[in-house]
Structures are given as structure tokens and as C-alpha cells.
Design a protein around this ligand. Structure first.
Ligand code: C5P
Ligand code: MG
Length: 187
């Protein structure tokens, strides 16, 4: 079977993590969430975690070289041979270009990019309800601003490559997942 090499795209709170958890029940591929990797590193107080925390606490993006390095290491692991699902990466065009380069080197071309589209006006409430440490009123505003600015060029980038599948992510979790399944099964 062809490897399933996926990127899940969408603004913070769009439902990438939630859909990822459902996808892996059906497609046994590693869920690679850069946010989760950062949170684990912060909890363990590693050097990378302490560095990332400075940015995450302000709702800023961790510098591209740090994030790209983490993803490159992870995608070099043998458990990604049959596929992988990136969640929260790429979040910048620089990251997207770096991903292209590393996937070429690793001979793991992307199969599809699933874009969970949710109107930004709905997201602040979703993030507040989630209640993660970085989901407080001050950082949410900045995170959304930063990510909205970065998101449009990424959508264009993957659209131009013919990889983009956009799903209306404002609906119920199970309805969004039904659309996700339809797309994945047709790949
Ligand atoms: O993806 P998630 O919302 O879990 O990420 C949490 C935080 O990690 C982001 O708000 C951002 O500060 C940082 N991050 C990043 N670059 C990425 C993914 C996450 O800087 N590509
Ligand atoms: Mg997430």
C-alpha cells in the first residue's frame, strides 16, 4: 500500500488535534504534533523546551530552525515509513519549504494536506473552552493574529501543488470526521 503522508492544517482551535486522534484509530500512522512535542519538552524542562517556552507563553511561533529540526528528526524515524500525520507543522512558508526539501531527501512525498477551515471569529471561544496553559485570553489574541497572517500563504502554497483538501471545520466533530474519512479513503 502507498504510504499515507499527511499534513493537517488549520488555525489554532480548528480541530486538527481532535481529528488526528480519530484518524489514527483508523489509519495506523504516527501523529506528529509539534505543539505536543513542545509541551512534553517544556514539562521535562529540556533545553529545547525552555527555549520554546519563551515563545509559546507569548503566543509567538518558535523560530523556524528549531521547529524544522524537531520535525526532521521525527520524520527520520523508521515508524514513519508507512506514513505520518503532521499536526501544527508547517505553520510558516519557511517551514513548508523546509518540509519539501526534507521529504525529498527522505523520499516521502506528501499525499495530501487536509485544511480544517473555521472562521477566526469562532476560534477564541473554542480555545478558551479548551483551557490549556497557553489558552488564556492574552496569548490567544496574539496566537490567532500570528497564525491568521501565516495561514493564507500556506493555503496558496499547497493549493498550487494540488495537495489541498479543505473541509468546513466549524461543524460537529463527527460530521467533520466523516468528510475527513471520505477524503482519506479516496486518496
Ligand atoms: O499546535 P499547537 O497549538 O499545539 O502549538 C502550541 C504552540 O507551539 C503554538 O502556539 C506556538 O507557540 C508553538 N508552535 C510553533 N510552531 C509550530 C507549532 C507550534 O511555534 N509549527
Ligand atoms: Mg493541536
Amino acid at each position: 500500500m502507498m504510504a499515507l503522508n499527511l499534513v493537517l492544517m488549520g488555525l489554532p482551535g480548528a480541530g486538527k488535534g481532535t481529528q488526528a486522534e480519530k484518524i489514527i484509530e483508523e489509519f495506523a500512522i504516527p501523529h506528529i504534533s509539534t505543539g505536543d512535542i513542545f509541551r512534553e519538552a517544556m514539562a521535562n524542562e529540556t533545553a529545547m523546551g525552555l527555549e520554546a517556552k519563551k515563545f509559546i507563553d507569548k503566543g509567538e511561533l518558535v523560530p523556524d530552525d528549531v521547529t524544522v529540526g524537531i520535525v526532521k528528526d521525527r520524520l527520520s524515524q523508521p515508524d514513519t515509513e508507512a506514513g505520518f500525520m503532521l499536526d501544527g507543522f508547517p505553520r510558516t512558508l519557511v517551514q513548508a519549504e523546509a518540509l519539501e526539501t526534507m521529504l525529498k531527501e527522505l523520499n516521502k512525498p506528501l499525499t495530501a494536506v487536509i485544511n480544517f477551515d473555521v472562521d477566526p471569529s469562532l476560534l477564541a471561544a473554542r480555545l478558551l473552552a479548551r483551557g490549556r496553559a497557553d489558552d488564556n485570553e492574552e496569548t490567544i489574541k496574539n496566537r490567532l493574529e500570528v497564525n491568521i497572517k501565516m495561514n493564507a500563504p500556506l493555503v496558496d502554497f499547497y493549493q498550487a501543488k494540488g495537495l489541498l483538501h479543505t473541509i468546513d471545520g466549524a461543524r460537529d466533530i463527527d460530521v467533520v470526521f466523516a468528510d475527513t474519512q471520505t477524503i482519506l479513503k479516496a486518496l
